[in-house]
Design a protein around this ligand. Sequence first.
Ligand code: SF4
Ligand code: SF4
Length: 215
Amino acid sequence: MKIRVSRFDPDRDSAPRTQELDVPGVEEGESVLGVLQRIRESLDSTLAFRFGCRFKGCGLCTVQIDGRPLPACMIHAKEGMQVGPLESFPVLRDLVVDRRPLAERFARQKLWLSPREHEKLATTFETPPASGALAKCTECLACVASCRSFDLGNESFGGPLAFVKLAQLHFDPRDDRDRRAEAKSLGVTTCLACQKRCACPLGVPIYRTAIEPLL
Ligand code: SF4
Ligand code: SF4
């Protein structure tokens, strides 16, 4: 199978370049991640890419596949496909992007559970149906890379994953912060003009279950 892969070595290259590869032994229905692993094993052991579980569970293998941000373990490889690093993030090497700036931003925005003071934390409680849908998020970053309003250097707009996290907290009865107000300060109303209903490869209905409840 012939594929084109974006390569970038910060020690040698001033800009990314495209490498064409003819990968032997690819089987019908094999995933893009499987093909990247074949390249490392049989053609070029220096190809850098990130993965964890290989089965849709960890969100680490997301790359641009023919221009769309998608987890490489979920997509069938096809002849002539182009694979590149996630857009909107700095490239560390080849297909590996730097996720730290976003993690640091989320830390500054305190996107974690803030339990009610002086209350014993409940261990069992009823959650609305939206929580189940939101729990499917693996933080794969595909929605972030597809949002045209998101800019890693501009913290005034949170972006789809921040809104998913804020909605998870908004629906959590143990959380004591006003997550709708926080979402508004992070520009959730920008989404009213877009209403793209951000596509999530894992099936999280981002606009309906995260953005709309925060508006
Ligand atoms: S909402 Fe979906 S696309 Fe966005 S980070 Fe979570 S799993 Fe990925
Ligand atoms: S609805 Fe909002 S988060 Fe989704 S793509 Fe549009 S601007 Fe981005």
